[in-house]
Design a protein around this ligand. Structure first.
Ligand code: C5J
Length: 221
């Protein structure tokens, strides 16, 4: 069934049988004090503020019965998938792999790498662990989406200008169409979010579309 979702820069025409939801990195390491994000000096509150909206989007897709995919940015315990250039970047008080209040920073299986409890994946939902910022880089996401018959993505999560935008650009290059839920994504730096939404929709949706969660769910019902 085809639906028309009012969106920027123009309506997103969706084939509901080809639609999936991708929720990027809503992990304790990014959303809680003591995690990776706060170790880089960030205030985590803007990220925590979107939890109820992401939950609304998740619940909407669950009711629709469309595929839900969660991603987590994390590394193997031996850090063999973490380039030195990534580990050494910035001046964090904790580096990737160091032991912090949420366990080892950005390491799979540690408490900090888990998705916050309010948004915990349900049985049947896919979870993609990714070593990079983009969810297609060294993961099985492309294969998974093809298996599921998904060609159009609603995207949510954090942070807008890093992992969300990188994933949307990767998806775009692979032929997927992406609609970003503008109130279900956040950045530690609010100005970066605003700029990213503009970049995505510029030049006739060069990366994708944006719309509010209520608008998306309203059009899909
Ligand atoms: C960052 C992410 N910001 N999930 N990761 O390092 O955006």
């Amino acid at each position: 069934m085809t639906r028309r979702i009012p969106a920027e820069p123009f309506p997103f025409v969706v084939d509901t049988a080809a639609l999936g939801l991708v929720v990027i990195d809503m992990q304790r390491d990014f959303l809680e004090a003591g995690g990776f994000g706060s170790s880089l000096g960030n205030d985590t509150r803007p990220l925590r503020a979107i939890i109820p909206t992401v939950r609304r989007l998740l619940d909407g897709f669950r009711v629709l019965g469309r595929p839900v995919i969660h991603t987590r940015e994390c590394h193997r315990p031996d850090l063999s998938d973490c380039p030195g250039a990534k580990r050494s970047r910035g001046r964090p008080c904790l580096r990737i792999g160091d032991l912090g209040p949420l366990g080892r920073v950005l390491v799979a299986g540690e408490p900090g790498s888990e998705i916050v409890p309010e948004l915990a994946p349900r049985p049947g939902e896919s979870v993609i662990d990714k070593p990079g910022k983009g969810a297609f880089c060294r993961t099985g996401l492309d294969d998974l989406l093809r298996r599921l018959g998904v060609r159009q993505l609603v995207v949510a999560g954090v942070t807008t200008e890093v992992c969300v935008q990188t994933t949307m650009r990767e998806a775009n290059d692979r032929g997927y169409e992406c609609l970003l839920a503008a109130d279900a994504t956040a950045s530690y730096v609010p100005g970066f979010k605003t700029a990213t939404l503009s970049m995505i929709t510029a030049q006739g949706a060069i990366v994708g579309w944006t719309a509010l969660t209520g608008t998306i769910l309203g059009a899909l019902q």
